[in-house]
Design a protein around this ligand. Structure first.
Ligand code: NOJ
Length: 667
C-alpha cells in the first residue's frame, strides 16, 4: 500500500540543468492537488517528458515526436517557441453512464515547438495533469504544408522507472482483441494492446491507453529495451502509419495512476479527454437490458443460417417476444435474421451479407409488428464479416430500413482478422470507419453497439449513441472453446473495461450449459453471473441464457438490476483476484453491489458506508450456496434478506469462481 504523497500544486515552469551539464529549461505542470507532475525539456533539442506521482518517479525522460516519410526526423532539432499554462475545472453530466456527474479538473501546459532546419516545421504538444493521471497529445498546426503528411512512426516512449507486473493481450493477432490476459513483467513484453495495466514495483497501479482517437492510427505498445514501452501505431497495409493533409491531432496518450486497483476504475480521465456531447440527449438512446436469439446459436441448439435448426424464424421470434414481454423487458436481438449466413460465416472470407433482405422463414415486418403489439422493440443486427466494401454499399439502405421499422439500436459485427481482408481493425482505416458508422447511425436515429471493433477511447462522451462494444474475449467463448478461466472476469474490469462499456453478454445462469456442446461450460458460478451486472459496466446488458433457464428464483435479481447509474464505488479489489463494486441506481434510491472472485474462495467484509446514513435498506442477497464453487453445485444460489444501515458491515462468502449480488432496497 502506498502512502499518500502530495506535493503542493505547481503550475509554472522551473529552470534546471540537464544531465550533461548543458543548461536547458525544464517546464513543469502539476495536477490540481499536486498528486501528479509532468516535466518537459529539450535535451539536445529533442523533446522529452517525465512523470512523477508524489515523490515517486513513474516515467523517466522519454522520447517524443515522429518519423515522417523520406526518413525525415520530426523528433529533434527543435526550439521552444512558447509555453502556455492554463487551468480548467468543470463538472459535466453523462446522459447515461456509471456516474452522473463527472468533474473534469486539470492543469494544462501547451509547448509550442519549431524545427531549426529549412523546413521550419511547427509542432505543439499539449500536456494535461490530472489528479488521477496525465495525458498528452501532438497537434501539427496548419502551416501551409503542401504535401500530404505521412507518419511512418510515432516515437513516443514511456520509460518506466521501475519494472512492474503487466496484464496484457497481444496485438496484431488473428482474433483481434479476443485473447486471455497474461501477466508478466513489463521488461518481457512483446507488442501488446492498450489499455495496458501495470502494477509497478512500488505498488502504483498504472493504465496506459489513449483517448479521443480521430483520423489517426490506434496505439499498441512494444517493449524493445529494459522497461521502456514504445508507441507502435497500427499501420495501413502499405506500412504507412498515418496519412493526413495539412494538419493532424494525435489521440491523447494517457496514463492513469492509482494507489489502489479500484482507483483506475473510478477514474474518468479517458472520458474527460473527449469532446463534449454533440448529440444532446436523443430520445432514441436509452440504457436497457435485452434478450436475444443468440446463445442458442453459440451452444449449437440453433444455427445462424437457414435450415432445419435455424434460430431466426418467425415462430421462434414470436416465442421470444412473448417471453420478453412476460418478463418485463423491452428489447430483443435476433441474429441470423437476414440473407447471407452460411455454416462458414466465421471464416476469413469476403462474406456477402444482405442488410435488407430477410432470411427464409423469417418475416421481418410481421415480427416487428408482433413486437410492437407486445411492447418489445427489435435490436437490429448487421454482421459485416469485415467485408466493408459490401457493407458501405448497403449501409444507408440497412439503416433506413431500421428507421422505417422503428428500430433504434443496432449491433454491428466485424468477424474477420482484417477489414476487407486487408487492413487491421486498429489502423487509421478502421478508426475512420468506426467513427463514420457512428455518425451515420445518428443520422438514422440509431444507437450502436459494436462487436469485433477497435478499442474504445471514450467516444460515448461526444456521441452518446455509442452504447457499448465487445473488444475482448466475451462470454461466447464459454459456449464453444476451452472457455474463459475464472481469473479472466476479475482481470477485465482493470484492463479492457477501463476503456469503456463492454457487451460481455453475462447472465448465463445454467453455467454447466446442459443443452450445449459436451464439456463446454461457464467457468464460474451462477451467483457470479449475477454479480457481473454490477461489476461490469454497460448501459446495455444482455440476459444471455435460454429463456427456460430463467425459471429460477435468482432471475429476480436480473429483473431488478438497472443499467444506468448515479454513482460507482469500487469497495475492494485486487487485479485478477477479486472485485467488489457498488453502484447507485439512477432512477431510484437503491444501491446494488456485486462481488466476484477468481478460482479462490473468499470471505469479504464490506462496510456499508456508501449507503445513505439516514436510511434503512432491505438487503436482498444472492450468494453462492454453502459448498458451491465452479465445480460443486455451481448453480446453487442462496437468497436471503436482511435489514441494514450504513453503519453495518456485510459479510460475504464467495465460493471459488463465485460471487455475490445484492440489491439494497431503500425502505
Ligand atoms: C461474434 C460476436 O461476438 C457474436 O456476438 C455474434 O453472435 C457472432 N459474431 C455472429 O455474428
Amino acid at each position: 500500500m502506498i502512502k499518500k504523497l502530495i506535493l503542493p500544486a505547481l503550475l509554472l515552469s522551473i529552470s534546471i540543468g540537464n544531465a550533461q551539464g548543458k543548461k536547458t529549461k525544464t517546464y513543469e505542470v502539476a495536477s490540481p492537488e499536486g498528486k501528479n507532475k509532468i516535466q518537459f525539456q529539450l535535451v539536445d533539442n529533442a523533446p522529452k517528458y517525465s512523470v512523477n506521482h508524489g515523490k515517486i518517479q513513474v516515467i523517466t525522460p522519454s522520447d517524443m515526436g515522429f518519423m515522417l516519410k523520406n526518413n525525415e526526423d520530426f523528433s529533434k532539432n527543435f526550439d521552444v517557441v512558447k509555453v502556455e499554462n492554463s487551468t480548467f475545472d468543470e463538472t459535466w453530466q453523462q446522459v447515461w453512464g456509471e456516474k452522473k456527474k463527472i468533474r473534469n479538473h486539470y492543469n494544462q501546459m501547451v509547448v509550442k515547438l519549431q524545427q531549426k532546419n529549412a523546413e521550419k516545421r511547427k509542432l505543439e504538444i499539449q500536456f494535461r495533469a490530472y489528479d488521477d493521471g496525465i495525458a498528452f497529445r501532438y497537434v501539427y498546426p496548419k502551416q501551409g504544408t503542401k504535401d500530404s503528411i505521412f507518419i511512418m512512426d510515432e516515437k513516443t516512449t514511456f520509460n518506466l522507472k521501475e519494472d512492474g507486473k503487466a496484464w496484457w493481450i497481444p496485438a496484431y493477432k488473428e482474433n483481434r482483441y479476443e485473447y486471455l490476459y497474461k501477466d508478466s513483467p513489463v521488461s518481457t513484453l512483446d507488442t501488446v494492446h492498450t489499455p495496458l495495466t501495470v502494477e509497478s514495483k512500488s505498488g502504483l497501479k498504472l493504465s496506459f491507453h489513449e483517448a479521443n482517437l480521430i483520423d489517426y492510427a490506434s496505439t499498441t505498445l512494444v517493449n524493445n529495451t529494459g522497461t521502456q514501452l514504445k508507441t507502435d501505431l497500427v499501420p495501413w497495409a502499405d506500412g504507412v502509419k498515418v496519412r493526413v493533409k495539412d494538419t493532424f491531432t494525435s489521440s491523447w496518450r494517457t496514463l492513469q495512476i492509482g494507489e489502489n486497483a479500484g482507483d483506475l476504475i473510478e477514474s474518468y480521465l479517458i472520458l474527460n479527454l473527449n469532446e463534449p456531447n454533440k448529440l444532446g440527449n436523443p430520445s432514441y438512446v436509452k440504457p436497457f437490458k435485452y434478450f436475444g436469439i443468440w446463445w442458442a446459436m453459440h451452444i449449437g441448439k440453433y444455427t445462424f443460417w437457414e435450415g432445419e435448426k435455424q434460430g431466426a424464424t418467425t415462430d421462434h421470434a414470436k416465442d421470444y417476444i412473448d417471453f420478453t414481454a412476460k418478463e418485463g423487458l423491452h428489447h430483443l436481438l435476433i441474429e441470423g435474421w437476414n440473407k447471407g449466413w452460411t455454416p462458414a460465416w466465421y471464416e476469413n472470407k469476403m462474406h456477402m451479407f444482405s442488410f435488407t433482405q430477410s432470411a427464409d422463414n423469417f418475416d421481418l415486418d410481421k415480427v416487428v409488428e408482433y413486437g410492437k403489439e407486445k411492447g418489445v422493440e427489435l435490436i437490429g443486427y448487421h454482421e459485416t464479416g469485415s467485408n466493408l466494401i459490401n457493407y458501405m454499399k448497403q449501409i444507408d439502405a440497412g439503416f433506413a430500413l431500421y428507421k422505417k421499422l422503428g428500430i433504434h439500436t443496432v449491433k454491428i459485427g466485424h468477424v474477420g482478422s482484417k477489414l476487407n481482408m486487408k487492413e487491421w481493425h486498429h489502423g487509421q482505416f478502421g478508426v475512420n470507419y468506426f467513427r463514420y458508422v457512428l455518425q451515420k447511425a445518428a443520422e438514422y436515429d440509431l444507437a450502436v453497439f459494436y462487436h469485433e471493433p477497435i478499442k474504445d477511447t471514450g467516444e460515448r462522451r461526444t456521441y452518446p449513441n455509442m452504447l457499448a462494444r465487445e473488444a475482448a474475449r466475451g462470454q461466447e467463448y464459454n459456449a464453444w472453446s476451452e472457455g474463459n478461466p475464472p481469473n479472466h472476469v476479475v482481470i477485465l474490469p482493470f484492463t479492457r473495461m477501463l476503456s469503456g462499456p463492454m457487451d460481455y453478454t453475462p447472465g448465463v445462469l445454467d453455467v454447466e450449459i446442459k443443452q450445449g456442446y459436451p464439456g463446454k461450460r461457464v467457468h464460474g458460478t451462477t451467483a457470479q453471473q449475477l454479480a457481473m451486472y454490477v461489476c461490469f459496466y454497460s448501459p446495455i446488458q444482455m440476459l444471455a441464457d435460454l429463456p427456460e433457464n430463467y425459471a429460477v428464483p435468482a432471475f429476480q435479481f436480473l429483473k431488478d438490476v438497472p443499467t444506468d447509474w448515479t454513482d460507482t464505488k469500487v469497495l475492494n479489489a485486487e487485479i485478477g483476484q477479486y472485485i467488489t463494486t457498488a453502484r447507485k441506481d439512477r432512477n431510484s434510491d437503491d444501491w446494488y453491489l456485486g462481488s466476484m472472485t477468481n478460482e479462490k474462495a473468499r470471505d469479504i467484509s464490506v462496510p456499508l458506508t456508501f449507503l445513505d446514513s439516514k436510511a434503512t435498506y432491505e438487503a436482498q442477497i444472492y450468494a453462492d450456496a454453502e459448498g458451491t464453487d465452479e465445480t460443486h453445485n455451481p448453480s446453487a444460489v442462496a437468497i436471503s434478506k436482511k435489514t441494514v444501515k450504513a453503519s453495518d458491515v456485510l459479510k460475504l462468502h464467495l465460493g471459488g469462481a463465485g460471487g455475490t449480488a445484492v440489491r439494497f432496497k431503500k425502505l
